[in-house]
Design a protein around this ligand. Structure first.
Ligand code: BMP
Length: 210
């Protein structure tokens, strides 16, 4: 069961580099979004405490694409959750033991697993996973998966395997994915960055893409 609540189906990918700017955008968009996803650029340009600051505004998903041996995965996951993250994103190619370590150390918070990426090369390797491996990931107790908004046929496929898990889909807007098509294909949430935080009319933009 996931903790992430679905209201607007929008997750803001907050990839700006300045913490004041990040907090300003988060406050501006707080009523339009369900969560904030942060990535290395913001954390490395501000400080880890940005996780705690933003968590006061909305649930924060740490997109650290955790991809290491189980021990290191446990340290990254524990620290992100300790800072206040509501969830963490991990890579799946590292193997089931590494994924289990994230789940065991997330203290009941959400673990989302990347099964395929949205950029053109994002399915060169990821697209080759066997159905059996995907089913094993599904059985681990994850909250959901990350699947590409740029390939809606793949979202439909992942939905047949991850039947009761959340599907979070990045790649809408700047990368070409179409919001309505993505949601109609079985995704629960659109992860949107540049086209949302750079918009002059974010509310109107969200309405339009949905
Ligand atoms: P944008 O909407 O500006 O393209 O941002 C997309 C966000 O989603 C970025 O934070 C990126 O790291 C993330 N992302 C992605 O684009 N594709 C993936 O396959 C996985 C991601 O996490």
């Amino acid at each position: 069961m996931a903790n992430l609540e679905k209201k607007s189906s929008i997750i803001l990918a907050l990839d700006v580099l300045n913490s004041d700017k990040a907090i300003e955008i988060a406050n501006k968009l707080r009523d339009e979004i369900d969560a904030i996803k942060i990535n290395y650029p913001l954390v490395l340009n501000s400080s880890p405490e940005i996780v705690s600051e933003l968590s006061k505004i909305k649930p924060v998903i740490c997109d650290f694409k955790v991809a290491d041996i189980p021990y290191i995965n446990s340290l990254i996951t524990k620290r992100a959750i300790q800072l206040g993250a509501s969830g963490i994103i991990c890579h799946s190619f590292v193997g089931l033991d590494s994924l289990k370590s994230c789940i065991e150390n997330a203290n009941g918070k959400d673990v989302f697993v990347v099964v395929e990426m949205s950029h053109p090369g994002g399915n060169e390797n990821y697209g080759k996973f066997s159905e059996n491996y995907l089913k094993e990931i599904n059985g681990l107790g994850i909250s959901g998966i990350i699947a590409p908004a740029t390939r809606v046929d793949r979202i439909k496929y992942y939905r047949t395997i991850f039947k009761d898990k959340l599907i979070l889909s990045p790649g809408v807007g700047a990368q070409g994915g179409k919001g309505k098509e993505v949601l109609d294909s079985g995704a629960d949430f659109l992860i949107i960055g540049r086209s949302l935080y750079n918009s002059d009319d974010p509310k109107g933009y969200i309405k339009k893409i949905k």
